[in-house]
Write a protein that binds this ligand. Structure first.
Ligand code: UDP
Ligand code: MG
Length: 341
């Protein structure tokens, strides 16, 4: 009845050519579902049961042709088994893509994008923080003609430092990239097929999907959705991972940080030049300087700190360029569970 497409360590090229060589537009052709729900899963075994219990009834109630595409992002717990069992239960509307390692939430979603067939695509987290019952709100916004629907989490249920950091990053992102998103961390979003086809053409390794989609959107909008505490398990984002993700966002969509450093370099050079002239004149008129050594230290440390930050920032860009030029496959698909069409 269904095919279990096995493809060990197949290289999922950015076009998704490994297992399904058809072009995305062709994939979305005749008989394609109207809606694809793309869900990345990493070590979520404890919460998946509850997700299925709420997600499938919510989608069935829509009364339209849909598919759910789960991407197992190299989970080390039993998530893959739980997903396989769910595929056995609902093979008509379920597809599971198993990746060969942990590639991160955004690459997992990109793997889902390359394999989904719907005309409209909604991304959702697996931890039930985004209520699946709010899917109709996003679809209604698409009915109103929007091709990219972002969300703002009502009453956000995350720890305080995450909420504050998020607010600061939202502001910084807007200043640096000009991308308008009230709540960049909210990953429950809806995209039209036009946007997904464009995203599938991008080959970048480090990316931030909502920002990329915003760049391609003709008529984006935002709606409010509910937010709940994580149903089970823990957040997969440590402070370190969050910082890396925000660097991906800033470096991927703006060169302003580099330009700020060039400008800062010019200003500091001019000031040091003026200081040099001042010291020479002072030496000639008043005599040799004494004391002030700690002021000098403070100044030097400040400048060294700035220089180190600048080098680090350059490194962030160069490291990403290095990853892009190596052009290794972005992720590896090991198995796809799907019903033969
Ligand atoms: N996730 C993933 N790969 C990762 C980390 C997370 O696929 O390396 C998935 C995770 O299973 C969840 C979603 O991405 O479905 C969001 O992760 P999480 O809830 O931990 O993030 P938070 O809500 O704390 O920002
Ligand atoms: Mg979460």
């Amino acid at each position: 009845m269904y095919s279990e497409t096995l493809c060990h360590s197949s290289v999922a090229q950015p076009t998704g050519a490994a297992l399904n060589s058809a072009h995305p537009a062709a994939i979305a052709g005749a008989g394609a579902p109207l809606l694809s729900v793309v869900i990345p899963v990493y070590n979520e075994e404890a919460g998946l049961g509850a997700l299925f219990e709420r997600l499938y009834p919510a989608l069935d109630a829509l009364g339209l042709h849909y598919e759910v595409v789960f991407i197992d992002d190299g989970s080390r717990d039993r998530s893959a088994n739980v997903l396989s069992a769910q595929f056995e239960r609902r093979p008509d509307v379920t597809r599971v893509i198993m990746l060969n390692g942990n590639f991160g939430q955004h690459l997992a979603i990109l793997a889902g994008f390359e394999h989904c067939r719907g005309q409209r695509i909604i991304t959702l987290d697996a931890d039930l923080q985004n209520p699946p019952e709010d899917i109709p709100v996003l679809l209604a916004a698409m009915d109103a003609g929007h091709d990219c629907v972002g969300t703002v989490r009502r009453d956000r249920q995350d720890v305080a430092w995450r909420r504050w950091a998020s607010r600061a990053m939202n502001l910084l992102r807007y200043r640096l990239t000009g991308i308008q998103m009230t709540d960049q961390g909210s990953m429950m979003r809806a995209y039209g097929r036009n946007i997904i086809d464009l995203i599938n053409q991008c080959k970048e390794v480090n990316t931030f999907i909502p920002a990329l989609a915003y760049r391609f959107a003709r008529n984006p909008t935002e709606v409010e959705v509910g937010h709940e505490a994580r149903h089970a398990g823990e957040s997969k984002y440590s402070l370190y991972k969050l910082i890396r993700l925000n660097f991906d966002l800033v470096t991927g969509f703006s060169e302003i940080p580099l330009q700020v450093f060039s400008l800062l370099g010019i200003v500091v050079s001019l000031l040091s030049g003026a200081l040099f002239v001042l010291l020479v004149v002072r030496r000639l008129w008043i005599g040799p300087e004494e004391g002030g050594v700690f002021t000098l230290f403070a100044l030097v440390f400040l400048l060294i700190g700035l220089a180190l930050f600048g080098i680090g920032l350059l490194g962030e860009y160069i490291g990403r360029i290095y990853q892009e030029v190596r052009s290794r496959p972005r992720y590896l698909v090991s198995v796809i569970l799907e019903r033969k069409r």
